[in-house]
Design a protein around this ligand. Structure first.
Ligand code: C2E
Ligand code: MG
Ligand code: MG
Ligand code: MG
Length: 285
């Protein structure tokens, strides 16, 4: 209560901007502390990627959450931008990679072969120590080729110097696969896309939301699928929320889907149950 009063007083006497800046600094300090002293505040949820034709779970995406001591469970949208601005994304990204690889290896040890996809910030890709870090993880856990997929948005392909391309190739040599996240929302040219060793396109959920019925978005999906086929890439549709969307996508030729219709992001133990066919009620995202 005293804390609330304190905050209100501050709000009363300070211009709104300062309060926002203060809150951001506080959150940044909290995140730094969590990373240094109490990483158990961080947790990975996993969202299944399902082959809609067979119902089989063929992969999963690791999505970070932060159990903040005061604010409760926070979604990445509430702290990833701050982590990127402050540079904490490097450490946070390392934690995510380490945790996802450790979990994937546990699945593998128990006979569950399921690739895991991890979101990478372009800032991580710029660090020359990313490749050795990932290499050490893959070796430590004896992970198979293709067990770790890295998701990047088109922004990561925009960088003009070839450092990015080298980073991609270095990671690919380790057996990592790459997926292009939120595909269709960026501005990467096809010629540029060709230069990168991308093995999957993830159709942004903005194009899925209006299916069936929106002929423009259907055309985008169709074009993405045919381009992917020509370039030897897979396609995953993101944000599939209804049976009708799933049916429509399947008719268009897209099989792999991720979205609330199939499953929400869930803790690792629930994912195991999901994969082994025991569907459990899923909690809030
Ligand atoms: P993303 O990589 O595009 O991840 C998909 C987001 O869509 C997730 O949100 C997921 O919960 C949500 N989603 C999945 N299915 C549906 C659906 O059917 N409907 C709707 N409306 N949403 C759906 P989340 O977990 O809040 O993550 C948001 C973004 O934060 C991610 O977008 C990704 O860009 C970023 N992010 C998450 N985890 C990490 C991480 O470990 N590192 C980095 N750098 N970024 C992360
Ligand atoms: Mg993603
Ligand atoms: Mg996405
Ligand atoms: Mg996104």
């Amino acid at each position: 209560a005293a804390k609330e009063a304190g905050r209100d007083t501050l709000r009363y006497y300070s211009p709104e901007m300062n309060v926002l800046a203060m809150e951001r600094l506080t959150l940044e300090r909290d995140l730094r502390r969590a990373l240094q002293d109490d990483p158990s505040q961080l947790v990975l949820y996993y969202q299944p990627q399902v082959d809609a034709a067979t119902g089989e779970c063929v992969g999963c995406e690791a999505l970070v959450r932060w159990q903040h001591p005061v604010r409760g469970l926070m979604l990445p949208g509430e702290f990833i931008p701050l982590a990127e601005r402050s540079g904490l994304i490097v450490e946070l990204g390392r934690w995510v990679l380490a945790e996802a690889c450790a979990e994937q290896a546990r699945w593998s040890d128990s006979g569950m072969q399921l690739p895991v996809s991890v979101n990478l910030s372009p800032i991580q890709l710029e660090r020359s120590d990313l490749q050795p870090y990932v290499k050490a993880l893959l070796q430590r856990h004896g992970m198979m080729k293709g067990a770790l997929e890295l998701e990047l948005t088109e922004g990561a392909l925009m960088n003009e110097d070839d450092h990015h391309l080298q980073a991609f190739n270095g990671l690919m040599a380790l057996g990592c696969r790459f997926a292009l996240d939120d595909f269709g929302t960026g501005y990467s040219s096809l010629s540029r896309l060709r230069r990168f060793p991308i093995s999957r396109l993830k159709i942004d959920r903005g194009f899925v939301r209006t299916l069936p019925g929106n002929t423009d978005d259907e055309a985008v999906v169709r074009a993405t699928l045919s381009m992917a086929r020509d370039m030897g890439m897979d396609v995953v549709a993101e944000g599939v929320e209804t049976q009708a969307q799933s049916d429509c996508l399947q008719q268009l030729g897209c099989r792999i889907m991720q979205g609330y219709w199939f499953a929400r992001p869930m803790p690792a133990d629930q994912l195991r149950a999901f994969v082994s066919g025991v569907r459990q009620p899923v909690g809030p995202d």
